[in-house]
Design a protein around this ligand. Structure first.
Ligand SMILES: Cc1cc2nc3c(=O)[nH]c(=O)nc-3n(C[C@H](O)[C@H](O)[C@H](O)COP(=O)(O)OP(=O)(O)OC[C@H]3O[C@@H](n4cnc5c(N)ncnc54)[C@H](O)[C@@H]3O)c2cc1C
Length: 425
């Protein structure tokens, strides 16, 4: 499948605007927001919201057109000369990369539907997509989130215990359980119009097929943020635990169909489809952190008169020059895999293998690159005077959330070797 590397003119312009936001509203606040976990990145949100809400509005218009065409039985949208149906994921990836270069923790506070949006797009009915995504296009900043993880269900998402029972008299779903480590969950539940997509089981006997996503809106009865996590990295991001005690959710806030279909249903498959779109973006975030680190190391080496002599035979390089070249090669390999998974998304081609490959590669590369950066920069690299030690901490998350490296490697192995989940666990 061909990958088009040229960036369209309008995306180039958007990149410049995003770079300005990263330079002026992220980097200057990086240290302060790292040290004051859970403080709000107001300058970033105020600068980004007008840009982002406009982009989200035009993305929603495209979804609207596509849904209309599908409803009228019209042919799928024509592919562009580069094979893409749209450049939506390419532009999102480049934005995420630059914002994470600015600050990965602050980036996670961006006012958008975030992972919740991926779930809505993957599982929601046409009416739900239009109704729910609209709130991220106008008015005051709004946050979305997704809550899957529970105290006893991390990698094994099918172990979730949160239940959803239907109360026919009230025409409402009743949710009970606890979700932990929900990114932006506090932001979403704090503001009116915010929402968290909560995965719960409607039928424990049905296993994975019984898992369904529910739209839990800010202000819902019985929903409470019970803890703010204190973290190792991405400390500017908001990570919370949420309890559901007979939480009441309107009947039509179940995403997609309430029916439990053991074959061909969107229960667990819906969760997996959410990750196909979000894992490449996690990879993009990792790339941004790694690029920040490599650039900084090269800048500091240049101040000491050490340049990187590209094209020089290997045996004539110093150890530090080799290290930097290896870091750059690792970053480029991760970038290419990420571009591939993104390109498939824009071509509307299934990408679970490529999404997992990109995420593992980018996560590992970023961990290696940021650690090496601290090493090369010596004691100053380890101080809080420079941001490189923070990037080392921030980078680590990309190998943990949205499927750990081990889980994504399992997915890659299963896909390549043709094993089922049961055959290779
Ligand atoms: C900062 C942060 C933000 C997060 N945000 C969200 C969010 O917004 N929404 C959400 O739902 N969750 C979120 N999470 C949770 C995250 O997705 C989980 O931490 C992750 O899925 C791993 O689960 P666990 O921590 O329970 O680890 P476990 O599943 O207990 O795994 C522990 C270790 O065992 C390994 N392991 C587990 N199973 C296997 C296996 N079959 N084969 C080989 N190795 C295995 C894992 O790779 C890992 O190294 C977040 C987590 C963090 C730290």
């Amino acid at each position: 499948m061909p990958i088009e590397f040229e960036t369209p003119e309008n995306i180039e312009q958007q990149k410049q605007m995003i770079q300005w936001i990263a330079d002026s509203t992220m980097r200057p606040f990086s240290r302060e927001l790292d040290e004051n976990e859970h403080a709000r990145p107001t300058a970033f949100v105020d600068a980004l919201w007008p840009v982002l809400s406009g982009q989200q509005a035009s993305a929603l218009k495209k979804i609207e057109k596509q849904l209309e065409a599908e409803a009228n039985g019209e042919a799928p949208a024509e592919k562009k000369s580069n094979g893409r149906v749209s450049n939506h994921y390419l532009s999102t990836m480049l934005m995420v990369e630059i914002l994470s270069w600015g600050d990965a923790g602050i980036y996670l506070c961006l006012p958008s539907a975030a992972l919740g949006g991926s779930a809505i797009e993957a599982v929601g009915t046409p009416e739900q997509k239009l109704r729910l995504l609209k709130r991220f296009t106008e008015g005051d900043p709004v946050w979305g989130a997704m809550a899957m993880t529970e105290p006893n269900a991390g990698s094994d998402t099918s172990a979730i215990q949160t239940t959803a029972d239907f109360d026919e008299d009230a025409n409402e779903w009743i949710l009970n359980g606890e979700k932990i480590f929900c990114t932006s969950g506090g932001l979403a539940l704090d503001e009116s119009d915010g929402l968290v997509i909560v995965w719960a089981t409607v039928d424990r006997d049905a296993g994975r097929a019984g898992m369904k996503p529910f739209v839990v809106e800010a202000g819902s009865h019985g929903v409470k943020v019970v803890k703010e996590e204190i973290k190792h990295g991405i400390r500017a991001s908001n990570t919370v635990a949420i309890s559901f005690n007979d939480a009441r959710i309107p009947a039509d806030n179940i995403l997609g169909s309430p029916e439990v279909q053991t074959k061909g249903g969107r229960g667990f498959k819906g969760a997996m489809a959410t990750f196909d779109a979000s894992r490449p973006l996690v990879a993009a975030s990792a790339l941004g952190i790694a690029r920040a680190s490599v650039e900084f190391v090269k800048e500091k080496l240049a101040e000491e008169g050490i340049e990187i002599p590209y094209g020089t035979p290997y045996h004539k390089l110093t150890a530090v020059q080799r290290d930097v070249m290896e870091m750059e090669a690792d970053l480029k390999a991760a970038y290419l895999l990420t571009m591939r998974s993104i390109s498939l998304l824009d071509q509307k081609i299934s990408n679970p293998l490529e999404a997992s490959m990109a995420k593992v590669k980018a996560g590992k590369a970023t961990t290696r690159i940021t650690q090496k950066s601290v090493e090369i920069l010596g004691m100053m690299g380890y101080t809080r005077e420079w941001l490189v030690e923070k990037w080392m901490r921030d980078g680590r998350i990309n190998s943990i959330y949205e499927g750990t490296d081990q889980i994504n490697t399992l997915i890659v192995a299963r896909r390549i070797l043709g094993y089922t989940r049961r055959e290779l666990a």
